[in-house]
Write a new protein. Sequence first.
Length: 320
Amino acid sequence: MKKIERYETFVPLYLTNTCDSQCKMCNMRVQNHSLHRIVPNKEKILEQLDIILNIERISAVCILTGEYTGEKKRIENLDLVIWCIKQALQKGFQKVFFNIGSLYDNEIDILDKSFPDKKNIVLSLFQETYDKECYERYFGKCDSNNPKSDYERRITTPMRFLERGFEQVDVGVLLGLNSVETEVTLLMEHVDKLSKYAKQIYISLPRICGVRNLKDVVTDNEYYSAVKRVYEECKDIKIIATTREDRNMLLRLLPYVKVISPGCSDVLPYTTSGKIKNNLETSQFQVKPLRDRPSEVLEGLPVRNAIKYYHSAESRTNNN
C-alpha cells in the first residue's frame, strides 16, 4: 500500500554556536561569555548527517549557524554551509533547509551559482518581530558590528532569495516579544507578498523558550489559537511545529500543522544511541537537559506512517 504523506519532517543540525549578533534572548549572543563555543568540524558534521539519515531514518535536515560580521568571516561560513548542503544531498537527503541569518546580494549570488537545481533547498529566516521598535529593543539598532540588527536586510532576504529562482522559504516570528495577534497579522501580510514568487512557503511560530525572566510569555491557549488562525487564513502554506513544544501540544496542533521537526538546539548533538544532550553551556536554548531522539518523537505520534522524509519502523517492516 502506498504511503499517504500528509506531513513532513526535518531535523535541525547546528554546526556551531559561534555568533556575532547581540540578541537579548539568545544563548548564542556574542556577549554570553559563559557559553562554551564550538567551532565547526567537517568530520563530525558528516557523522551527524549519517546518524540523522541512517539511524534516525529522516531524510530532511535544517543546517544552522550563527550570523557574522565582516565579509571574510561571512563568506567562510557560507562556504561551509554550501559544502554541508551538498554533502547532505549527495548522501541522499531529499530536502535541506538552512538558517544562517540575513544575506547580502552577493551571498545570494553565490548560492545561486552553487545550486543550479534549487528545488530541494529552503531558506529558513524568521523576522522574529515585524515591529521595528520592538526589533531594535531585542536585536539592536542597525550597527555594522551586530549583523542581526539590520532589520531591512533581514526582511528583504526571503524575497531577494526567491527572485534568484529559488522556490521555497520558511519565515516566521518569535512569539512572546510583542502582541501575538499583531505579529501573526503582519507575518501573514509578508507571506502574501512572498506567495507571488514562491512555490512553497513554510511558517514557523516558535514561542520564547528557556529564557530567564521570560517564562511562559505566551500561554498554551494563546499559542494554539495563533497556530489555528494561521492555518485557517493561509491555506497553501505549511506550518512547522518543533519539539520546543511537548508531546501534548504537538498532538493538539496536528490538525493544523504540516511539518513536525524533532531535534535539539545543541551543537552536533546526535549520537548513535540513547537520549540527546541539550546542554545549557553549549545550546542556543535549553528545553530540558536530555531530549528524546528524533525518531523516538515521530514514532510516538499517531501520524508516524504519514510523514514524508521519515521511514517509520512500521513502514520499513511492511516494505520488507
